[in-house]
Design a protein around this ligand. Structure first.
Ligand code: ATR
Length: 280
């Protein structure tokens, strides 16, 4: 029998995950189907329970249910506990196991697809919400010289930095004046509402990789970085890499991501104009 998987979110209609997992399944010869399921805002747990009762083997979870999914699990991975959020569920023998593949997805996109170095570098993370929290642990595991978290509400960034400790620092956007970083990661949701971030000009220099965790649109952050001559990436590669890690958890097979990312790039540029989103 074909194994069933799904992604739960609200909204979910424009999710690219069913297409990504269909391409992974074709490529690896795995017999599975994967659907997008709209969970009512007040009935996430019941919607997951129904899917399990119908024979579902695993699922992805997206906005706004990742923290609720974490609380639903019987067992979680260390990286899910660091993130306090879960984007991948595995259903086995009546138990729910939760993992978080977002951070490793970002790190893989940076290192393997964009040939970026994190070790020994000064890294700037913009934002202190769920998207930022989800990637801090895996970024720190790469041993940057510094991970500075900057946020509109500085206290949230300071709090997050204090929780992770080590080379993490936190502060306001204004505190970035005069500072230089080789990697600037935008984990705010400002791009989804076309809002620019009040960052000092020094942050954008030609040797900087400016990475936007939103995909499917060119945000004001990307426009500003492009105009300053930075190397710029959106978050589509992260979306594909986090999916590949989830696929590996479920099936024990690691799909090739490059052809799937290439297929998605042409897909998002043509047919599926509505498919923008944020890796959070
Ligand atoms: P997510 O799960 O997507 O991270 P979130 O927890 O609501 O969502 O966090 C959104 C992040 O984007 C926060 O860091 C938020 O800054 P505040 O903590 O100051 O609210 C940031 N953000 C959203 N809109 C923004 C804007 N217009 N300018 C600057 N930062 C913004």
């Amino acid at each position: 029998m074909t194994d069933r998987y799904a992604v739960f979110g609200n909204p979910i209609a424009h999710s690219l995950s069913p297409l990504i997992h269909r391409l992974f399944a074709q490529q690896t010869g795995q017999d599975l189907c994967y659907e997008a399921i709209l969970a009512p805002l007040d009935a996430f747990a019941a919607t997951v329970a129904r899917f399990i009762a119908e024979g579902g083997r695993g699922a992805n979870v997206t906005v706004p249910f990742k923290e609720e999914a974490f609380r639903l699990c019987d067992e979680t991975s260390p990286r899910a506990r660091l993130a306090q959020a879960v984007n991948t569920l595995v259903f086995n023998d009546g138990r729910i196991y939760g993992d978080n593949t977002d951070g490793i997805g970002l790190v893989r996109d940076l290192k393997h697809n964009l040939a970026a170095t994190i070790a020994g570098q000064h890294v700037l993370l913009l934002g202190a919400g769920g998207a930022a929290r989800g990637v801090i642990g895996p970024l720190l595991a790469e041993k940057p010289a510094e991970l500075f978290i900057a946020n509109r509400t500085a206290s949230r960034a300071e709090h997050l930095a204090a929780q992770f400790g080590g080379v993490c620092r936190g502060g306001s956007f204004a505190a970035l004046a005069g500072r230089r970083f080789s990697l600037v990661l935008n984990a705010t949701s400002a791009g989804l509402i076309n809002s620019p971030l009040p960052l000092p000009d020094d942050i954008f220099a030609p040797d900087v990789l400016a990475y936007e965790m939103v995909y499917g649109r060119t945000t004001p952050f990307m426009q500003r970085a492009q105009a300053a001559g930075c190397r710029v990436s959106d978050g589509l590669g992260m979306l594909v890499e986090q999916a590949a890690e989830a696929f590996f958890l479920w099936r024990g097979v690691r799909p090739e991501t490059a052809p799937v990312l290439a297929a998605l790039r042409s897909h998002t540029q043509s047919a599926h104009q509505g498919a923008s989103g944020v890796n959070s």
